[in-house]
Design a protein around this ligand. Sequence first.
Ligand code: ATP
Ligand code: MG
Length: 340
Amino acid sequence: MFGQNIGIDLGTEKITAFVEGRGIVFSEDNAIAYDVFNNETYAIGNAAGEMLEKTPEALTVKKPIKGGVISDFSVMTEILSHYIGRLCDKRVFRPNVIISAPSGITSLERKTVIEAACAAGAGKVSVVDEPVISALGAGLSIENPHGTMVIDLGAGTTDIAIITMGTVAYSASIKTAGDTMDEAIQQYIKKEKNINIGLLTAKKLKHTVGCAYKRSEEVEIEATGKNYVTGMPENFNISSTEMYEALKDQINLIFEAVVDVMEQAPAELYSDICHEGILLTGGVAKLPGLDKELSARLGIKVKRTADPEHCAAKGAGYILKNIKEMEDHGYSFRMKEAVL
Ligand SMILES: Nc1ncnc2c1ncn2[C@@H]1O[C@H](COP(=O)(O)OP(=O)(O)OP(=O)(O)O)[C@@H](O)[C@H]1O
Ligand SMILES: [Mg+2]
């Protein structure tokens, strides 16, 4: 292939790009801010994401993917065009683009994503489902004949898949993921402390003192919210044990979904998974203790991949580099001509 081809992960929270020969070139909030008076674009990416729940009257922030589903297609197309356009120099060459899309994408949406990418300067475009692409990015070989379980824990969905020879044998996608964890933290603090906090604060708490198990050494931080009885701002302390309490129902739902998928697997694949273990990808894989907690409950080795939130974009890079081998293994990459 000529020139630098591009891999893009379209996530609920982040849009991440991988460029051949350069690696990950950006990971930005999948968000856009509009001026409500003239409907003009005001900011795209992190600059828009940082304004969430803080916009002045003149601006509105939109996120095109909710719960792993593209909820606003024209917004998604605008963001995609902006970023692909930034990476393509149409005068020089039109790069091939592999896009990792949410597992719930419809065939019509798939076609529109391809059209948007082509309009922004891409040559050939292919859209691949997230669980396989994340597994490849985590280092799984398509030639591995043993069954491996991959759990991709993103912001909008947790995708659980048993993969063998680079294809999905059994899978499930649930909406319990990073965003519902943020909501669970908000609800816990409201119930236990009578304090309302915003989603950005809830996310920050999840990143700093969040955990999936009761830490032996408790950590605590201070945060600010709004007392919902008095309406006044209020500082409060929150500990890792409280965060465990806030998140434990979410962890239970993820555990139950994993067990459901394991129960579908025939004995041979089941024993492969017990032997090969389970891989965790996606940003929520960074939640302290999630790997250990799942491992203790399932009695199976669970491994968090390095740099888990970038696995899907890296997997798109792997495909770009190995298209021929992937096709030899039965993959057909539906480039623009084949889909339109
Ligand atoms: N240290 C951390 N602890 C807990 N959660 C984290 C941590 N770092 C990131 N996250 C969470 O990971 C999620 C983002 O992960 P990722 O970028 O994989 O999602 P996405 O690909 O945008 O979403 P999806 O795949 O569901 O469409 C967010 O909910 C974020 O808060
Ligand atoms: Mg993702």
